[in-house]
Ligand binder design. Sequence first.
Ligand SMILES: NC(=O)c1ccc[n+]([C@@H]2O[C@H](COP(=O)([O-])OP(=O)(O)OC[C@H]3O[C@@H](n4cnc5c(N)ncnc54)[C@H](O)[C@@H]3O)[C@@H](O)[C@H]2O)c1
Length: 344
Amino acid sequence: MDKTEKVKRIMVTGAAGFVGSSMSERQLELGHNVHGIDNFITGSQSNIQRLNKHPGFHFDQIDINNQDDLHRVLKEQYDEIYHFACPTGVPNISVYGEEMLRTCSQGTENVLRVAQQHKASLVYASSAEVYGDPEVFPQREDYFGNVDPVGERSTYEEGKRFGETLVKLYAQKYKVNAKFVRIFNSYGPNMSRSDTRIIPNSLAKVIAKKPLTIFGNGEQTRTHLHVSDLLNGLEIVMDKGENATPYNVGSNKRMSINQLVKTLSQIVGRELPVQYKEHFIEDHGGREPDVSAIMRLGWRMNTDLKTGLTAMCREYGIDVKTAPAKTLSSPPVWPSHNIHELPA
Ligand SMILES: NC(=O)c1ccc[n+]([C@@H]2O[C@H](COP(=O)([O-])OP(=O)(O)OC[C@H]3O[C@@H](n4cnc5c(N)ncnc54)[C@H](O)[C@@H]3O)[C@@H](O)[C@H]2O)c1
């Protein structure tokens, strides 16, 4: 950090999770102080153990839905708040539906009140899921989406939509410097080894020498953004984004799940066996962000899928056959994982 630059005091909710721990690590490496908060509902202790090695990191295990607990642990004035806390994972929709709804509503309002009291800037992690099962490609921020309010995924989708509305209300009514980002599928180090999302789940299967699981016929499309590019996007929106204005952040390289597996097969140098299963929940046909709004703020995607996936395979201890197309632009620190932590 430049000596003239101020050391910031940053709150990160969801600090034990994939994105929250990566953002905490980045801010600590920049020389800022980070107060991490998490209740471990979907986060992992190993992420906090790694962050605890930094002297500028302080952690409290609390549930943000409990306002008294949140106020009890507050530190001196925060400059910025990255609000990531929310249970994630498609299989968890049926398990943690109430927690998703409560964290996006009560929890988000509690965190917005802290931003209001501390005059801190806040970025809320919303999701591409606010578009539901989109009928318009690519999805621009002014597309209202195609969401069933009582559909199988509604606790997460409607939770995130409600969270955005709260952010907008606090920005407009209470003049909080509050922004939000609609995150499309992202991947990278610090994902839990038991994470059910397609990339970490597939890597776990490669290590376990088991067939990869694809739900449906694999022709559904997604985009995949490396976490270093996601963090850049979140920081840019924190610094330059308009309050209460949605910004998509994601890769605009749409591909089917079958194509993703093909790319992974090329990286490991052999055809990976696949087991197709009927989806356990209604699935979305495709997703693709229009990223022109965040690009106008100066954001660019720097890490292509092959490069990011190759780096992640190496980090997981998987033998790769291809050299990365280029080096990562601003790589987060690869954590050292114990592969025995992998699910069977
Ligand atoms: N990773 C992605 O591809 C992606 C895509 C879209 C949106 N998002 C959003 O970004 C955020 C971070 O996602 P992630 O991938 O890191 O998920 P994650 O599950 O790894 O992290 C979320 C963290 O929030 C914590 N948490 C949940 N409810 C809490 C509560 N009430 N109090 C305190 N802590 C709580 C969890 O324990 C977990 O550590 C989430 O809000 C998610 O909805 C992520």
